[in-house]
Design a protein around this ligand. Structure first.
Ligand SMILES: C[S@@+](CC[C@H](N)C(=O)[O-])C[C@H]1O[C@@H](n2cnc3c(N)ncnc32)[C@H](O)[C@@H]1O
Length: 278
């Protein structure tokens, strides 16, 4: 493993990565059970049961854990549709998307980055697994210089980058550094596309007090005032991406989200997916 010069990043938010890993197991994603931990189940299952109980009275907030399924599914489907020669996921946490994709597509390279503690925990959990040769796990900090410095452009296929459940934990200045870092990396590799999700404040407002409960829990976990650091709208996020090295950013419409018809009604989904390109 190589190391980049690392600023602190925000390792505290990795706790929610344990919860989502148990969500991916619950929803049956490939290999997800490798990363299902007691800690993750203790966080996810009460949340999921609470959402189920709430669903009859408040369908939007009650669908929160279901929408985590769709988020993860759509990221994976998007990645597959790009036919990447090189895929870079930053803040991969305990996702198995890269391992599953690399195993199915041996001609491409998949690189997962995360902060050193998470990489260490993840590597320990993977110690007994037979991983595809075209899959790599490396420490990498979105906020440090030199992220992905050792990567080279693939001879075939596109270059893509993803952050799922990462940039909303960053404040405005950190988001811009993170997006500059990703856009510079993609440009150096000959150009590419980047997928992220955002939970805009104007969308969250529609969820009423239930959103406040989730944001407060996330504030305690991350040590951040989540609400104030979220983008106020998708337009604001698109503007920030386009001011930080991306030539174009757009919200992915429902027509481009695989199986969107099976998802909870889009008006009750708190996040939007944004695709940016260099
Ligand atoms: C909420 S978890 C999401 C993990 C995974 N992508 C998912 O959807 O389950 C956020 C992840 O981002 C990582 N992270 C936080 N700050 C980071 C940074 N500056 N650079 C790289 N990764 C970071 C954390 O360690 C954690 O694994």
């Amino acid at each position: 493993m190589t190391t980049t010069h690392s600023s602190a990043g925000n390792p505290r938010v990795s706790l929610t990565g344990y919860a989502t890993a148990s969500a991916w197991t619950h929803f049956g994603f490939e290999h997800a059970q490798w990363f299902s931990t007691l800690r993750g189940r203790a966080l996810f299952l009460p949340l999921h049961l609470g959402c189920r109980a709430l669903r009859r009275f408040a369908p939007g907030p009650g669908a929160f854990t279901e929408t985590l399924y769709w988020r993860h599914h759509w990221f994976s489907e998007w990645a597959a549709r790009q036919c990447p020669g090189l895929a870079i996921e930053i803040g991969a946490g305990l996702s198995t998307r890269g391992i599953a994709h690399a195993a199915r597509n041996p001609q491409m390279q998949w690189v997962d980055y995360d902060l050193p503690d998470m990489v260490h925990a993840r590597a320990n959990m993977l110690a007994s697994r037979d991983l595809p040769a075209n899959y790599t796990l490396e420490p990498g900090d979105l906020l440090a210089t030199g992220l992905g410095a050792q990567l080279t452009a693939p001879s075939r296929g596109s270059v893509i980058a993803m952050t799922e459940g990462v940039t909303d934990y960053l404040n405005r200045e950190e988001k811009q550094r993170a997006w500059q870092s990703i856009s510079s990396l993609l440009k150096r590799l000959g150009g590419g596309r980047y997928l992220l999700e955002i939970y805009p404040r104007d969308r969250i407002a529609a969820f009423g007090p239930a959103a406040g409960v989730v944001l407060d829990a996330l504030r305690r976990i991350s040590g951040r005032d989540m609400l104030s650091q979220l983008c106020s709208s998708t337009d604001e996020a698109i503007g920030l991406l386009e001011n930080n090295g991306f030539s174009r950013a757009r919200v992915l419409p429902e027509s481009e989200l695989a199986d969107a018809g099976r998802a909870p009604p889009p008006s009750q989904r708190a996040f939007v997916l944004i695709e940016a390109q260099t």
